[in-house]
Design a protein around this ligand. Structure first.
Ligand code: ADP
Ligand code: ASP
Ligand code: MG
Length: 463
């Protein structure tokens, strides 16, 4: 059953909007002041999921973390004005939820860990609902686990959109139709056995777009701590320009290549819909923010510079590799069997070098497997003479749909790097020609983004 709502908005508030009572009050103001049908998705209070991750893997910290989380939420509840019966009700919910944490224990088991991680969103979301009730807002705390249906890939569970679509409409439409605002936990789902799963760190963005697709929303608004999507991370790069509009394709690419302002998995539920996403600032709600939609009206010549850190470049090389069928297949099937995620690939045209970039923590295991799998090619045939690791690198990417067919962009990027004496380890251009990525030493990351972003500013002048 497809929801016929069409006029309801989805608001998602991230951990940065829920860090202190002062910020939560702004969230409450935004929700209370909105006069259209609405469903709200909330993350855990900022920093809580990190504490839960630690508690789930370190038995020595489980009890102290539980007490710390209890105290912190109780303090927030007090600062937000809960008292008497409402405070007692919230504290009962706190105790009940944190009992799950204690029962799961620090076994290191994926299922237990997801149950522990789920407590963060259950505590923050119920707190928001309770404090809104205090203001006389008609709302209901909703645990998303019964209707966000996933597989059992713990911590990174994949969502079954068809099943979720039906369950979500049934769970939320009746509330919205009665004028009640569902206040829904982000990040959480359950498998077909009803066991708690989580959909990947920072996954509440995805919960919001899932609701957007399933409820056929008017728009999904992701509220965070910056005014929208900028031409570079505004926290670190002065002169970054705010973008009024950007396309789904560009947003997906910047998210994938390090712009944490939206999670890389956020947009897929909306690709077959007309539902757009808006990024807005909880601390500056009057700003219109950035609209992410399929066909931006004001298509400028924007170029966005992003960066990913914590990665290493692996090069498999040797003149004997040229024209030999099967080497690339062997390399990438070995990497896949290891479960390693490849962020970028670059290959020299003569095939005597294949470079790919993976996360630092996946390097030792991946290289050991490659050495084993390519042993014959290295020792017997001598077709491969090296597997080289450049540790601690960063990927810098420039994204812009209008890069296609424009001359001189690559030239500008590389002269900016050259002038700053920044060495490039590898380069790759997206086959769609709207992104170009380069790998360089992590220590050069900030300077490289500044240099490239500065150089391209003139190109961005019309946004
Ligand atoms: P939340 O807790 O609200 O989900 P995040 O920390 O995940 O917030 O995302 C917001 C942050 O994204 C901003 O504080 C900003 O530093 C970062 N960011 C990185 N690149 C960009 C960009 N190009 N435009 C806007 N913000 C960016
Ligand atoms: N609380 C979860 C995390 O920190 C999910 C989210 O914030 O979106 O990863
Ligand atoms: Mg986020």
């Amino acid at each position: 059953m497809k929801s016929s709502n069409g006029n309801c908005y989805i608001f998602k508030f991230g951990g940065t909007s829920l860090q202190t009572a002062e910020r939560i009050l702004k969230v409450l103001d935004i929700i209370s002041g909105f006069d259209q049908p609405l469903a709200v998705v909330t993350s855990a209070v900022g920093g809580i999921t990190d504490l839960l991750v630690e508690a789930s893997s370190n038995p020595a910290s489980l009890h102290s973390r539980k007490d710390e989380i209890h105290r912190l939420h109780l303090r927030l509840a007090g600062e937000l004005g809960l008292e008497g019966v409402s405070l007692a009700e919230y504290e009962a919910h706190l105790c009940e939820t944190l009992a799950d944490l204690e029962a799961a224990g620090s076994t290191g088991d994926g299922k237990a860990r997801d149950l522990i991680l789920s407590t963060g969103e259950r505590l923050s979301t119920s707190l928001i609902a309770k404090t809104l009730e205090l203001r006389g807002i008609r709302c209901e705390y909703i645990d998303s686990r019964p209707f966000i249906r996933t597989d059992s890939n713990w911590h990174e569970a994949r969502v079954d959109l068809a099943a979720t679509d039906d369950l979500t409409s049934k769970a939320l439409d009746p509330l919205i139709e009665r004028g009640v605002i569902p206040i829904v936990t982000g990040f959480l789902g359950s498998n077909e056995k009803g066991e708690t799963t989580t959909i990947g760190r920072n996954g509440s963005d995805l919960t919001a777009t899932l609701l957007g697709a399933c409820l056929n929303a008017a728009e999904v608004w992701i509220w965070t701590d910056v005014d929208g999507i900028f031409t570079a991370d505004p926290r670190y790069h002065r002169g970054a320009r705010l973008l009024p509009e950007i396309s789904f394709r560009e947003a997906a690419e910047v998210a994938y290549f390090g712009a944490t302002v939206i999670h890389p998995h956020t947009l897929w539920p909306l690709l077959q819909t007309e539902v757009a996403v808006r990024i807005k600032n909880t601390l500056n709600p009057e700003q219109p923010g950035t609209l992410i939609c399929s066909e931006p009206k004001e298509r400028g010549k924007i170029l966005i510079t992003t960066s990913v850190e914590g990665v290493s470049a692996i090069t498999v090389g040797g003149y004997g590799m040229v024209g030999v069928p099967g080497i690339a297949a062997e390399i990438f099937s070995t990497v896949r069997d290891e479960g390693t995620n490849v962020l970028m690939i670059s290959q020299s045209s003569a095939e005597h070098n294949i470079t790919f970039v993976i996360r630092n923590e996946e390097v030792p295991q991946t290289v050991a497997s490659l050495e084993k799998a390519l042993k014959e090619w290295i020792e017997k045939d001598h077709r491969i003479d090296r597997i080289r690791v450049v540790p601690d690198t960063a990927i810098i990417t420039v994204v812009g749909e209008n890069m296609r067919g424009r001359h001189g962009i690559a030239g500008k990027i590389f002269s900016a790097l050259g002038r700053n004496e920044i060495n490039v380890v590898a380069i790759a251009q997206g086959s769609s020609e709207y992104s170009i990525s380069m790998v360089l030493k992590a220590a050069d990351r900030r300077l490289a983004v500044d240099a490239i972003h500065g150089e391209l500013d003139e190109e961005n002048g019309n946004v």
